[in-house]
Design a binder for this molecule. Structure first.
Ligand code: GTP
Length: 176
């Protein structure tokens, strides 16, 4: 694998899954300085973590913006796909978006390896009582059937940071 100090990471997922909260945690180490508002289009944030300088493209999860994600696929080294574990109603929608993404030609082959772009899936909001157990999320997303990309599923709570460092460390290890 090619050694990279800088990496472009796409942060995607349905609206309200917690993408901006994840980015904010990595930037401030958990000190929540502002109230998150729905992302319009996308935000670009730069931060250092897990030995990488990351440029995070925090893409809006609203459906009218989802086609925008694809414009950033060609220049991305890793993806953080955030899922609201408590959103049982839209789990199938999230699954569909994940499948569309991993099957996209730009995503199938990483320029630095023969495998596809590595994808960290955060099963976020795991603290909520209605959260679907992680094993069930793995099954519903069909993760065991995906052999085109390195994929890792991590349970997270973006409010406290649980799971975020472990998840990002995995992604970083795939890129370096
Ligand atoms: P869009 O910009 O609309 O695409 O949303 P987003 O994915 O960026 O979601 P955002 O980070 O704005 O979070 C949505 C809401 O979920 C906010 O009220 C967050 O405080 C809350 N939230 C995020 N992560 C967690 C979590 O792990 N647990 C709980 N309980 N709430 C969370």
């Amino acid at each position: 694998k090619i050694k990279k100090k800088e990496a472009n990471i796409l942060i995607v997922g349905l609206d309200n899954s917690g993408k901006s909260t994840v980015v904010q945690y990595f930037q401030t180490g958990g000190k929540r300085t502002e109230v998150t508002v729905p992302t319009i289009g996308f935000k670009v944030e730069k931060f250092k973590n897990a030995g990488l300088t990351l440029t995070a493209f925090d893409m809006s999860g609203q459906s009218k913006y989802r086609s925008l994600w694809e414009r950033y696929y060609s220049d991305c080294h890793g993806v953080i796909f955030v899922i609201d574990s408590s959103d049982t109603i839209r789990m199938a929608v999230a699954c569909n978006e994940l499948q569309l993404m991993i099957q996209h030609p730009e995503m199938v082959k990483n320029r630095s390896s023969t495998a596809g772009v590595p994808i960290l899936i955060l099963a976020n909001k795991i603290d909520l009582e209605m959260a679907i157990p992680i094993g069930q999320i793995r099954a519903e997303l069909g993760l065991d059937e995906i052999d085109t990309h390195p994929i890792h599923l991590e349970a997270s709570n973006a409010l406290t940071g649980v799971g975020l460092h472990a998840g990002l460390q995995w992604l970083s290890d795939q890129i370096i």
